[in-house]
Design a binder for this molecule. Structure first.
Ligand SMILES: Cc1ncc(COP(=O)(O)O)c(C=O)c1O
Length: 424
């Protein structure tokens, strides 16, 4: 039997013991980290574009297919198992971001789910209604709302970015959000600067006028513990492929909003939540992988419930990642010709580092890093508005590196060493 088929059991060793962080034990769980390039081990610092996948998620996907794939709601074993898998996975997603299992929908990716949500919500909108988006967000939480409101003859308002601080400017929130506001769409963390936004304050302002809040947690999800309801989100989205799992999207909608939604669906599709937004056959093997990825995270923490374990694991991950990121930012800032794009120290951030090198195309910076088998990426990362207002989009936007639970001190030292060679 193949290795993939053999390991359905829980992995016996948990890489994190209380108060410790064994990065080498974590690394053993990610087969892709064995990859070599030109005789050198690859340093995967491209996590914000997609994390590597934990072994149990790979095995769960393979096992789903090896044991017999099926469609749902049948009488035979593989179909029953598929139904059970989807139910378990919905529960795992709810453990991960809060809310209830029957509020969790799966889809191709975050962007596709957000378009489906926006189109469904907009069915009740009228001319003159408004949506509010932010200058900081990935366009996946901007364009679905702009398209939907434009279809209804409504208008768009923007929460601005404070250009100096690289945080959202919430000073004129009350004038931006008004009685005609239907949705305020905001990211939990910037996928470029890592700025963690004050979503709760925005949500309170939105709710005070009866607007809904849609939170893009894609970038935040691998780095910070998420509580949908504490954030004040009516809907929240993330993508398991950024969180050690496969390519998939997850959307959690609060039941009262979910029940009101008139989703676009085919007639025979179930009419109730969560199925009513899930068009077509789901990615069952991906769902199996996503469940396993959440279980892996839980296995890193301690506590009574799975959710407690996830909270504790995310705290440990933050403790590992943030000092590494802070060290890299400091070192890059010290290199002549380098500009690091980050909010001030007092602002919470994910371990995501964005920079530019004077006179260099960001892509060439990545190519230079590649000589040491360091994988980092360049571009606007669909945070197009932010790149435009900062005046850097035409010249290639940013270079970006991300720290993951499997990132080592040696890898970030190598990155800094490589960047020091580019001092201007
Ligand atoms: C912050 C953020 N939001 C949304 C997305 C889009 O996610 P997906 O690829 O699942 O559509 C990304 C992907 O990079 C992202 O970083």
């Amino acid at each position: 039997m193949s290795r993939a088929c053999a390991a359905d059991k829980d992995h016996a060793t948990t890489p994190l013991q209380k108060g410790s962080y064994d990065v080498q034990a974590i690394r053993k769980r990610f087969p892709a980290l064995r990859r070599m390039e030109n005789g050198m081990p690859v340093a995967f610092l491209d996590g914000p574009g997609g994390s590597q996948v934990v072994d149990t998620a790979i095995e769960a996907m393979a096992n789903y297919l090896l044991r017999g794939s099926a469609n749902v709601h049948g009488v035979f074993s593989t179909s029953v198992e598929t139904d059970e898998l989807i139910l378990r996975a919905r529960a795992a997603m709810a453990d991960f971001i809060g809310g209830r299992p029957d509020e969790v929908a799966f889809g191709a990716n975050m962007t596709t789910l957000n378009f489906a949500l926006a189109r469904a919500m907009a069915r009740d909108w009228r001319e003159g209604d408004e949506v509010v988006v932010t200058e900081m967000d990935h366009r996946a939480n901007v364009d679905p709302w702009i398209s939907a409101i434009e279809d209804r003859g409504g208008t768009v308002s923007w929460i601005k970015v404070d250009r100096e601080r690289l945080t959202l400017d919430l000073s004129d929130l009350d004038s931006l959000i008004g009685p005609r506001t239907k949705v305020v769409a905001v990211g939990l963390a910037s996928n470029v600067t890592g700025t963690v936004n004050d979503v709760r304050t925005i949500a309170d302002a939105a709710h005070s006028v009866g607007a809904c809040v849609v939170v893009d947690a894609v970038h935040a999800a691998p780095h910070i513990f998420i509580d949908r309801d504490a954030l004040g989100a009516d809907a929240i989205l993330f993508s398991p492929y950024k969180v050690f799992g496969p390519h998939l999207g997850v959307l959690s909608i609060k039941a009262d909003l979910y029940d009101r939604l008139k989703t676009y669906k085919v007639l025979p599709q179930l009419d109730w939540r969560p199925d009513k937004i899930e068009t077509g056959t789901l990615n069952h093997e991906g769902i199996a992988g996503a469940e396993a990825a959440v279980k892996f995270i839980a296995s890193l923490g301690e506590g009574e419930t799975t959710r407690d374990k996830i909270r504790s694991a995310m705290e440990k991950i933050e403790e590992h990642e943030n000092p590494l990121a802070e060290w890299v930012r400091e070192r890059l800032r010290a290199i002549p010709g380098f500009t690091v794009y980050a909010a001030p120290d007092d602002v919470r951030k994910t371990p995501t580092i964005a920079w530019r090198v004077r006179g260099m195309d960001p892509r060439d910076v990545c190519l230079h890093a590649l000589k040491k088998a360091i994988y980092i990426a360049s571009g606007d990362f669909y945070a197009t508005t932010l790149a435009t207002i900062l005046g850097i989009r035409a010249s290639g936007s940013w270079v970006r590196a991300g720290i993951a639970p499997y990132t080592t001190r040696e890898e970030v030292e190598l990155l800094v060493e490589s960047m020091e060679e580019l001092a201007v």
